[in-house]
Design a protein around this ligand. Sequence first.
Ligand code: COA
Length: 246
Amino acid sequence: MTPHATIAVEELDDRVVVTLRRPEARNAINAAMIRELHEVCAGLEENPRLLLLTGAGGVFAAGADIAELRARGRDQALQGINSRLFDRIARLPMPTVAAVDGYALGGGAELAYACDIRLASPAATFGNPEPGLGILAAAGATWRLRDLVGASVAKQVLLAGRRLTAEDAWRLGLVAEVVPADDLLKRAHALLDRMTRSSALALRLTKLVTDAPGGHPVTDDLAQAILFESQEKHTRMDAFLSGERS
Ligand code: COA
């Protein structure tokens, strides 16, 4: 474990586990947490591994830190303090999983939306109450949530203050699974274990192509061209053809 002020970071060979940890503010995302999460991203860009992101104390994150938000003006908004971090997380080379127990509100919800896959406990609640604070959910919710659940539900959340329960989130496909809080991390690790059985390069290129704006058959072909030349492809296919099944 590396010591940090607002997060706990566990570095493993194939994954990094980050736990948001500001119990006094329900894990609200402040400048220190942004800085520390950028450091985690830098490590994952340099040495690509899976990311598991979760929150301590039965909360994922209760949003951006409202005391800090209150003090920010136009210039800070234009810096995209939260949105740049969430974009960086979304663009991490390897898949990311958010394990959400309790509240994921405002920026906390947007952080979960920026991950590739979400798991939830029955207590998980997703919401974007920003207009109630006189602001916009400007760190991805207006378009990521729409991509994840469709415009109709996204507008219910963004405009009408609808909070999605774990059950709602599961029905809508926002979360892959709802599991008891005590099993949440175990299930998340099992999901990551499943991913580690695939070729890391294939996962990486699949994520890149899936997220490529607009999509284009040429991108698929280029990524496949790289994978077709990889030794791992031959080893894995030879293993299958000789009867090995993972
Ligand atoms: N920013 C800063 N501080 C926050 C915070 C946030 N987003 N969310 C919670 N906190 C602080 C509270 O001010 C409180 O501090 P205090 O103990 O010094 O008074 C502490 O965390 C506990 O919050 P509290 O509201 O008492 O906890 P709760 O369990 O009753 O409610 C929430 C939890 C998440 C429902 C509630 O805190 C909340 O609505 N938070 C704001 C959510 C929001 O609007 N997020 C969008 C921000 S963009």
